[in-house]
Design a protein around this ligand. Structure first.
Ligand SMILES: *Cc1c(COP(=O)(O)O)cnc(C)c1O
Length: 223
């Protein structure tokens, strides 16, 4: 059982890297695996896909247990509930959606000493939607500075999930905003821009994405 979607997405990423004048392999694929079963992930893992993004802790933990024999990397990409920080700190390799210092402090304090620091991204709300998670671009520098002092976390960069947009120029404008927010931090240790999904990964790669988070184009439409 191979996933034709995975091969197609890898080809899209490669073509977008080339179109943007970026080296092959500059962009990592994070498979957004919400609602996918362990058997499905086992199949894409056999095709070489190591990184998986989950939105719900209670859905992710049984999948991790079922796939513990594989050397997978798990990224938390959902909204972080305060009562879930301990499980996120204990079980994930990356968290993409930190947007509050108190949550970051909990994740740091709860990160087991036996594990490397949790790779951390700040979620930024570039399209200014009130209902969405993420800090305003103007609030990024102060939060980045504070997170940088937390021993259980290793800040790596920024993440965004802009409002869906059909016009490629508008897609790029939102991703450019995230790139500029990272550039404004002027910190060479911050090397990660997590942006772009099935619908707009080309625009994200053109604006410097280093991780694209793709679900539908790999696995098919969710119910
Ligand atoms: C589901 C999800 C994705 C992937 O979206 P698709 O449209 O299925 O590619 C990316 N990022 C986040 C935060 C998600 O929840």
């Amino acid at each position: 059982m191979t996933s034709p979607g995975l091969d197609a997405v890898l080809a899209r990423i490669r073509a977008a890297e080339t179109a943007a004048g970026r080296p092959a392999g500059a962009v990592a694929l994070l498979a957004a695996s919400k609602q996918q079963t362990p058997a499905t992930l086992r199949a894409t893992a056999a095709q070489g896909q190591r990184d998986y993004g989950e939105n719900y802790v209670q859905e992710a933990l049984p999948k991790m247990a079922a796939l513990v024999d594989l050397d997978l990397s798990w990224h938390f990409i959902g909204r972080i509930q305060r009562n879930k920080t301990r499980d996120i700190a204990a079980h994930f390799d990356w968290v993409h959606t930190v947007d509050r210092l108190d949550i970051a402090q909990r994740l740091s304090a709860q990160r087991p000493a036996s594990r490397a620091p949790l790779q951390t991204l700040i979620e930024v709300n570039v399209s200014g939607e009130a209902s969405k998670g993420g800090v305003a671009p103007a609030a990024v520098p102060a939060l980045a500075l504070a997170i940088g002092t937390l021993p259980g976390l290793r800040l790596r960069g920024l993440m965004s999930l802009p409002a869906p947009e059909d016009d490629p120029r508008r897609q790029r404008a939102a991703f450019a905003e995230l790139r500029q927010a990272l550039e404004a931090l002027a910190d060479p240790t911050l090397d990660t821009l997590s942006m772009g999904t099935s619908a707009d990964l080309e625009a994200a790669i053109a604006e410097g994405a280093t991780i694209v988070r793709v679900g539908t184009a790999i696995f098919g439409a969710r119910s």
